[in-house]
Write a protein that binds this ligand. Sequence first.
Ligand SMILES: [Fe+2]
Length: 310
Amino acid sequence: MDTPSSGTSSGLRPFRTPADGIHEGPRELRRLPDEWEERPYRHVEVVPLARTIGAEIRGLNLSRPVGAELRAELNRALLEWKVLFFRGQHLSRDQQREFAAHWGELASLPLVPTGGHEAVSRFDDGPVPHFENVWHTDVTFRERPTMGSVLQVRQIPPFGGDTLWADMAAAYDNLPDTVKERIEHATAVHDYVPGFARYYTPAQLLPFQELYPPVEHPVVRRHPETGRRSLFVHLSYVTHIVGMEPAESDRLLRFLFLQAHVPEFQVRFHWQAGDIAFWDNRTTAHYAVNDYAPHPRVAERVSIEGDKPV
Ligand SMILES: [Fe+2]
């Protein structure tokens, strides 16, 4: 990649900046898709928690039925903010599933314990160790990753246990043009085995190997509802870029993986018991901070089926 200046023509001593680095300075922090206008919300209060991603939705009790108008307004909020937070909801599992079902069919995800509850992924630091503290987008090892998830934290530790989300559309916007050109038509392989092999035995993973063969997804995903581009690779499941020399693929992926780590693209949420987060899995990555041992933390996720990334 080009460096801004070699310093030689300006009288400065010669210098170089590391190729492919992330540089300080202004970042483009565009929240809305192209040609979208800011419009007021009629049914809810939307309180931003960060510049481009994450808003708290006030004035709603999610245990009540969600009508068509409210559903449409919440969907617009989701597209505009990417992650919505609802404080103090304390939903039953049925209520949590009912709310999520307004966005589509619920997904059954066999690799995470359900706690005996249909269409629920339960994270309670039980027999399966915590494996959500890496920047990732959920279940992209499927042909059709989930569209989004509704997560409720049921039990909080006395400190820590936050979750962070990254705006992968903002991450894409800020890539150097040379990188954008290189990944424009690139695809990457997503495979659950390398990530999960750190936590499960081969005997536990083998049954799923046929269910989830490696899949190819575009490195840049276009959002099906807004048309906006997002960077769609992450550390958990992406093994390589198709048709690229391994060393070159590794180098480029390392750079792309770094983008989710940029704080300006993130929102960090500190949970209270009964809080809900609803995120758009098509344009975000997330990271569950694992800093609260030996205290328990119990979270339950209901996920919504999505479409094939294009
Ligand atoms: Fe996750």
